[in-house]
Design a protein around this ligand. Structure first.
Ligand code: AMP
Length: 313
């Protein structure tokens, strides 16, 4: 099995200026795994309650997501998150977080899961992320995501966890908050001095950037005229990013740069509809088409220098 994710499998209640859902499949591991499944085999480590029904299970099954490391607690309730977005769709306002079955979760990985080549420590309590990280010592690449709540409430545990990861994938506000540094370039440098050798910063509608100690690479977001619900965009990005990497033999910087594009492509679909709805019925052709559009969008070598100069006058 090539790719493993630990994170929340949840029910979300979400309201945006364009509509609302009272109960839909959500959680970092759900968004991540469905997205990654377009590129590779993916296995989920998480816990759900008795409210996780056959209907939700089928969503994962349709995408060949391996659920054998998903723990089920029949008399418990699944993780629940309620959030709201205003017209600035880049900022999620958390109204309620109920850990429920995650409160006592102690991930125990199967032997197969322990042999995963790539691991994504999705957004969840950092002790749990560490619990998984410590069981996958042989993994070639371990990446981690987190959020403002964990940076605030469990900072020390999070700092301990990131010591052992290779790549961190967070948004710009989280990078500033974690580094306690308003300048993003300095924040990135500080985070990389604490463990990760690369940092991916997601910037919502402004795209994403990849930092390594020596290099910088930035891409725009795919230009969409209608954005409906950004919930899960970050995890869907991470799923495309890690899923693509898992499909590659060499995990060098060139592969990471292409993975950034696939991450953005997947996230751009995710925000077009509520929750996982759009990504669930995505086709390979749609993904490839948007990848090609990205290539067009960011290619400036095709424009002769002369014309470029005149165009700017
Ligand atoms: P994002 O990709 O950042 O939009 O993540 C959205 C998902 O994160 C939602 O589907 C929520 O269920 C999940 N989520 C929200 N808060 C937390 C939390 N504190 N820990 C784990 N997962 C969360």
């Amino acid at each position: 099995m090539s790719l493993l994710v630990v994170g929340s499998v949840a029910f979300d209640a979400v309201e945006t200026p364009f509509g609302k859902r009272e109960k839909m499949l959500g959680g970092s591991a759900s968004h991540f795994s469905i997205s990654a499944s377009f590129f590779t085999d993916v296995r989920v480590v998480a816990v759900v309650g008795g409210d996780f029904s056959r209907e939700e299970e089928q969503v994962f099954e349709r995408h060949n997501v391996n659920l054998s490391d998903l723990e089920r607690i029949a008399d418990g309730k699944s993780f629940f998150w309620r959030g709201r977005y205003d017209y600035d769709l880049n900022t999620a306002h958390t109204l309620d977080t109920q850990l429920n079955v995650f409160a006592d979760f102690q991930p125990k990985l199967s032997e197969e899961a322990k042999r995963s080549r790539l691991v994504f420590l999705g957004n969840i309590q950092p002790d749990l992320q560490r619990g998984v990280r410590d069981q996958v010592a042989g993994a070639e690449l371990i990446a981690l995501d987190t959020m403002n709540m964990w940076i605030e409430v469990t900072r020390d545990s999070l700092l301990e966890t990131i010591k052992g990861v290779h790549v961190m994938i967070i948004n710009d506000a989280e990078a500033r908050q974690l580094a306690d540094e308003p300048n993003l370039i300095r924040a990135a440098r500080k985070i990389m001095s604490q463990g990760p050798r690369a940092l991916v910063v997601k910037r919502g509608e402004y795209g994403a950037a990849l930092f390594t100690p020596e290099t910088y690479f930035a891409i725009p977001a795919y230009p969409l005229e209608s954005v409906f619900d950004p919930t899960g965009a970050g995890d869907t990005f991470a799923g495309g990013f890690m899923g693509y990497l898992a499909s590659q033999e060499k995990l060098d910087e060139a592969a990471m740069r292409r993975a950034m594009i696939f991450g953005s492509v997947m996230a751009s679909f995710n925000v077009e509809e509520f929750g996982t709805e759009r990504v669930q019925r995505l086709t390979y052709e749609e993904i490839n088409e948007r990848f090609r559009a990205f290539k067009q969008m960011t290619n400036f070598e095709a424009i002769p220098f002369e014309r470029a100069v005149r165009a700017t006058k």
